[in-house]
Design a protein around this ligand. Structure first.
Ligand SMILES: Cc1cc2nc3c(=O)[nH]c(=O)nc-3n(C[C@H](O)[C@H](O)[C@H](O)COP(=O)(O)OP(=O)(O)OC[C@H]3O[C@@H](n4cnc5c(N)ncnc54)[C@H](O)[C@@H]3O)c2cc1C
Length: 561
């Protein structure tokens, strides 16, 4: 049996995931007077999708924008982070976004790298620009320091695998200490939990399927918070609407808006209607609007499609290379150099990456509260709001602020977590994997999940009742096989194996919700319902697990206020 550590780690607020959302939540909760712990799978100084930096921070600065907040809200919804979000949360986010920008600037993240508030990239000609250009290469280091200054305790190398509830409210979580060869189960006791574990990488095959970790976002983010929240009874939302990012082909890196070029055909001619010449102010927003441009052009034979920087001025080229460094895309710059690519001479082929859940996941309200008492969520794992880095930062703050007040009225005395059903079941299951005598690896398991989801619930083919139901059946079969045959030799492999069970669970929820959405919308293409149903406009689909283990699927209206 895998040991459970004798010492329970106790706090008012437990933050799960020390990325941007998690650290901002921890800082805000500590500022609100709470005793805070961050449990992080990796090391908060360099973890998550914001690990190496970012360079665009969506925000509203009234004196710069010189317009009402509704104008900026409209631009937000026309951008890559728009749609599938409740406007009442978007408005609250925008109204406090500048406050966070100012704090970051004060703390040492350079939000005015050229001395003024500069909005560039992801922009339409003649419209307000909403993406503040900043230099985020040190953001994780700075936020970690700010958290430590406030006596937040950071427990690195401890992936959280489940949340613990008692009488319907959150009382803690389980993690695994992976610092040693032999894993140990860690119990966290808390009055509130803020889940912020980021996106879901490794759910679908990457652009180079044999390389599991060649993903645009952080490959270690595999949806743990969503799965744990679902098991704890929280509602998940918008899972069935696929979302993709784009960037250089065969070398997955986010950051396409940092490129200052024109999305072009093989002759170097602009494909979209937005720009003919590269400008740092606009970039080329074509791929944010026409997500399938790259695959459409491959399928009709008029591709490939390129990022064309050959007409970019020297000044803008320098600005672009600086921007790529701000968001930590230095390995990409090195790879281009190694391959002898000159951006002044050569166009770079771009492509659409695999589907990923960002802004699809846990349902929250404007305070970051989920439908389970004491459980909050922020960042990429939220399902009814999305704004990437700034969304994670601002909504993380909201969740931390609210949680620090909530815990004042909560009493966890007398709750025995060593004999909690979830702890005992987890210990049994993890030990079973550890003692299995099978011959299958977690990598094979991960590839299996990806193949099934790609074939039966992806975007490469259509979706339909028969395909989705077959996918569900294959996932069940694979899960059973993995339980019996997976081989796990150390704490690292146990972590990876458990990530795969999470991915499988999320894949199953995608199938179930995709079955329920009987229409075609965006990249959710149903061959048996090949039309967009106007009755489902501005409607979101939620799923939650009932106590009897059954799923409850519900439609609800988008909330304006
Ligand atoms: C190269 C690149 C460039 C980008 N550029 C921009 C940009 O310019 N502007 C923008 O708005 N967005 C950008 N993004 C997206 C942005 O980085 C993310 O939206 C943002 O980091 C999300 O924050 P988060 O806190 O939700 O998740 P993350 O920052 O990804 O943090 C999640 C954290 O959870 C931890 N974790 C995961 N599982 C567990 C577990 N089981 N237990 C404990 N911890 C766990 C992870 O290790 C990680 O620390 C970019 C992304 C990339 C990859």
């Amino acid at each position: 049996m895998i040991d459970v550590k004798k010492h329970i780690i106790e706090s008012d607020v437990l933050v799960v995931g020390g990325g941007i959302g998690g650290l901002m939540a921890a800082i805000a909760a500590a500022d609100g007077g709470a005793d805070v712990i961050v449990a992080e799978k990796s090391d908060t100084r360099r973890s998550g999708s914001g690990a190496t930096g970012n360079d665009h921070f969506t925000c509203y600065i009234p004196e710069v924008h010189q317009c009402g907040i509704e104008v900026i809200l409209e631009e937000l919804n026309n951008s890559l982070v728009g749609g599938n979000a409740d406007p009442y949360i978007q408005l609250k986010f925008l109204s406090r976004s500048f406050e966070v920008v100012q704090d970051w600037n004060k703390w040492g993240i350079n939000m005015q790298p050229h001395g003024e508030w500069e909005f560039n990239g992801h922009a339409y000609p003649g419209r307000k620009r909403i993406f503040l250009k900043y230099d985020g290469y040190n953001q994780k280091e700075v936020l970690t320091k700010e958290a430590l200054k406030r006596n937040v305790r950071i427990v690195n190398k401890t992936p959280v695998t489940d949340f613990l509830t008692y009488n319907g409210r959150i009382v803690g979580a389980i993690g695994i200490d992976i610092t040693k060869e032999e894993p140990e189960i860690v119990i966290f006791k808390a009055k509130a939990v803020i889940s912020a574990t980021g996106n879901t990488s490794r759910l679908y095959p990457s652009i180079t399927p044999s390389q599991l970790f060649n993903t645009g976002h952080c490959p270690n983010n595999t949806g743990a918070g969503r799965a744990a929240a679902y098991r704890a009874g929280a509602k998940l939302i918008n899972l069935e609407i696929p979302n993709t990012h784009a960037g250089p082909k065969y070398f997955e890196r986010c950051g396409k808006a940092t490129w200052i070029g024109v999305i072009s055909d093989v002759m170097g001619n602009s494909i979209g209607p937005f720009v003919d010449k590269p400008t740092k102010e606009l970039g080329d927003i074509t791929a944010d609007v026409w997500h399938s441009v790259f695959t459409d052009k491959m399928q009709d034979g008029t591709g490939p499609v390129y990022m064309n920087c050959t007409e970019t001025s020297k000044e803008d080229m320098d600005y672009m290379l600086w921007g790529l460094k701000c968001e930590g895309d230095t390995s990409l710059i090195d790879a281009l150099d190694d391959a002898g690519v000159s951006l002044k001479r050569d166009m770079v082929e771009f492509t659409k990456y695999e589907p990923i859940l960002v802004g699809r996941g846990i349902e929250i309200d404007e305070f970051g509260r989920t439908s389970v008492d004491g459980l909050y969520s922020a960042g990429d794992e939220v399902g009814n709001f999305r704004c990437d880095i700034s969304g994670a930062a601002v909504m993380g703050r909201f969740a931390g602020e609210h949680a620090s007040g909530y815990v004042k009225d909560v009493n966890n005395d007398g709750i025995d977590l060593f004999s909690h059903k979830t702890v005992l079941e987890a210990q049994k299951f993890y030990s079973r994997l550890y003692e299995n005598k099978g011959s299958s690896t977690w990598e094979e398991f991960n590839h299996g999940i990806q193949s099934i989801l790609d074939d039966y619930a992806g975007i490469r083919y259509v979706r339909s009742k028969t395909l989705l139901e077959s996918g569900l059946e294959y996932l069940d079969h694979l899960e059973q096989k993995a339980k019996n045959e997976l081989i796990v030799n150390n704490s690292h492999e146990l972590m990876r194996a458990l990530e795969c069970f999470v991915l499988l669970q999320i894949g199953r929820l995608i199938c179930l919700t995709a079955l329920e959405r009987k229409e075609t919308r965006g990249m959710h293409k149903r061959s048996d319902y090949p039309f967009t149903n106007p009755l489902l406009n501005k409607k979101f689909l939620t799923i939650r697990r009932l106590e009897n283990g059954k799923n409850e699927l519900e439609w609800r209206d988008m909330r304006i206020n």
